[in-house]
Design a protein around this ligand. Structure first.
Ligand code: NCD
Length: 326
């Protein structure tokens, strides 16, 4: 798939994709292939702008409310950096214990408050469906930065952008997802988003108690994307173009004894990776807690640090799009 570019003869503001202006981004289900090509084109352009001039004034005067009810390093700071690189500013609330949430304020009321002061709201929350509840309460766009075990659409967009930039294609790929496929929201979104491409094959490798949810597999199956399930990497590593490793989501287990049983189930290291292709990539949404040995970090196939950087450009693109500037 060629990476589309914006019309270079028009300033950013004139390349307006009216479709996204004022919209919420709650689920990857909102994105068609054409939408993805558009996002990647804008993100690619953002990359060039950041590399050439660093910070510019596309969203000057606009304010982002960055509301995080769950821990975050990358998602939170990349949204802040994205807004500031576009010349906007940020109200950051990541210690909700210091906000009125600790006094028992409801999510809709907190959202209604923040939209009095901001033009766009980014929300991370532990409950599935919370982003949709926030979006219902808000007139301003709400971007889902992870709703419990539900979805993480901006991560899946940056994941697919990473694959596009690294492998040059999203069609004709075999993607192997490894680890906690039950509680990992990033893989729920990524599997769904990959159904927009042709000749994609998905392999799921997990312990028995952490399998990909049936709901996600049914949706992917309806789009006729082949899926296979495994408990070991052995059979699928050699055919894999993208190995997407995930952390076991300790905080989401009902019984801590179950976590003890499966933690450390898989560890990617240089020895195992001898069995993989030379031109494949290893991705991870991060944080990692031992699933990828640091000994592998210098391998050119280790794309997880570059993946974080791509996240900045994708989040710049999304902010510009919902604020009507891309
Ligand atoms: C992920 C998340 O929060 O879902 N991290 C991220 O956004 N980069 C993955 C995780 O926490 O394991």
């Amino acid at each position: 798939m060629p990476t589309p570019t914006l019309n270079p003869h028009l300033p950013f503001g004139e390349n307006k994709q009216a479709d996204w202006y004022g919209k919420d981004i709650l689920s990857v289900k909102q994105f068609s292939r054409a939408d993805l090509e558009y996002v990647f084109g804008v993100a690619h352009e953002m990359r060039g702008m950041v590399e050439r001039i660093g910070t510019f004034d596309l969203l000057k005067g606009k304010i982002l409310a960055n509301l995080f009810y769950e821990p975050s390093t990358r998602t939170s700071s990349s949204f802040i950096a994205a807004m500031e690189r576009l010349g906007g500013s940020v109200i950051s609330i990541n210690e909700v214990k210091y906000s009125s949430v600790s006094k028992g304020e409801s999510l809709p009321d907190t959202i209604r408050t923040l939209e009095c002061y901001a033009d766009v709201i980014v929300l991370r929350h532990p409950e599935t469906g919370s982003a949709a509840i926030a979006a219902k309460a808000a007139k301003k766009p709400v971007l889902n930065a992870g709703d419990g075990v539900g979805e993480h659409p901006t991560q899946a967009l940056l994941d697919t952008f990473t694959i596009m930039e690294e492998l040059g294609r999203l069609d004709n790929i075999t993607v192997t997802m490894l680890g906690d496929l039950k509680y990992g929201r990033t893989v729920h979104s990524l599997a769904r988003l990959l159904t927009n491409f042709t000749n994609v094959k998905l392999n799921y490798v997990s312990p028995d108690i952490l399998k990909m949810p049936k709901e996600v597999m049914d949706e992917v199956g309806e789009k006729n994307v082949p899926q296979t399930e495994h408990s070991s990497l052995d059979k699928v590593l050699a055919e894999t173009d993208v190995l997407y490793v995930t952390r076991v989501q300790k905080e989401r287990f009902e019984d801590p004894a179950d976590y003890e049983k499966v933690k450390g189930a898989y560890v990617i290291d240089p020895e195992i990776m001898k069995h993989a292709k030379k031109d494949m990539i290893v991705m991870h949404p991060l944080p990692r807690v031992g699933e990828i040995s640091t000994d592998f970090d210098d391998d050119p196939r280790a794309a997880y640090f570059r993946q974080m950087e791509y996240g900045l450009y994708v989040r710049m693109a999304l902010l510009a799009m919902v604020l009507g500037k891309a």
